[in-house]
Design a protein around this ligand. Structure first.
Ligand code: BEZ
Length: 211
């Protein structure tokens, strides 16, 4: 059965461009992003990896560790990294798993045989400090992902993990949020003494809590 939200992200040990890594140990108490690429030396993947490397300060600021995976060997990853630096301006600055035997790709359901029976699709998992899967996406090989959207979701996940709020459509960090339905009006008044906007009783909008 496919991995689902709330499942523990399976642990593994893997050879990466930054040495052998035990996944859960490496994550420690941080958030994580694990994402797959169909193949080394392919154009869309090259752009995704360069862009993700540029976002490192944004991931660091949120306490998120990033790890990539493709089903090619380490020497190939290392050669390809030079191309990524040359063409995108930044080489991958996070570990890339060499998953030539597809062991980890299979563990995470990153190979979708009706799309391609040997290469991974573009999967991405966001993993919380409790090692549970908070977000999973799968894109086809032909469509590069939007890593700004992954950061946006992480902002929502980190905020909603701390406060009893949810984030509305197209929300961005700092914008108004929604009080979750499980919080009664009485309880909400204690937390939000200034009140809230309520165009409907179930749609209660408040300024975003800080942090
Ligand atoms: C790409 O990264 O450009 C790509 C990889 C596999 C199939 C199609 C495109």
């Amino acid at each position: 059965m496919a991995l689902q939200l709330g499942d523990i992200a399976p642990d593994f040990e893997a050879d990466t461009t930054q040495g052998k890594i035990k996944f859960h140990e490496w994550l420690g108490n941080d958030w994580g992003v694990l994402f797959s690429h169909p193949k080394d030396f392919t154009p869309v993947c090259t752009t995704e990896l360069g862009y993700t490397a540029k976002l490192k300060p944004e991931f660091d600021r949120r306490g998120v560790k990033v790890m990539g995976l493709s089903v090619d060997p380490l020497d190939s990853h290392r050669l390809w990294s030079k191309d990524i630096e040359e063409t995108q301006g930044t080489a991958p600055n996070f570990p890339m798993i060499a998953d030539a035997d597809r062991r980890i790709a299979t563990l995470y359901g990153m190979i979708h045989p009706n799309a391609n029976d040997t290469l991974t699709v573009r999967s991405a998992f966001v993993i919380g400090p409790d090692k549970k899967i908070k977000l999973s996406i799968n894109y086809p090989a032909s469509t590069g992902r939007n890593f700004d959207e992954i950061l946006r979701v992480i902002d929502s996940l980190q905020l909603t993990a701390k406060h009893q709020v949810a984030t509305p459509v197209n929300w961005r960090a700092g914008e108004d949020v929604i009080i979750v339905p499980s919080v009664s009006d009485d309880d909400a008044r204690k937390k939000y003494p200034d009140g809230w906007k309520a165009p409907k009783p179930y749609l209660r909008i408040v300024p975003s809590p800080k942090g």
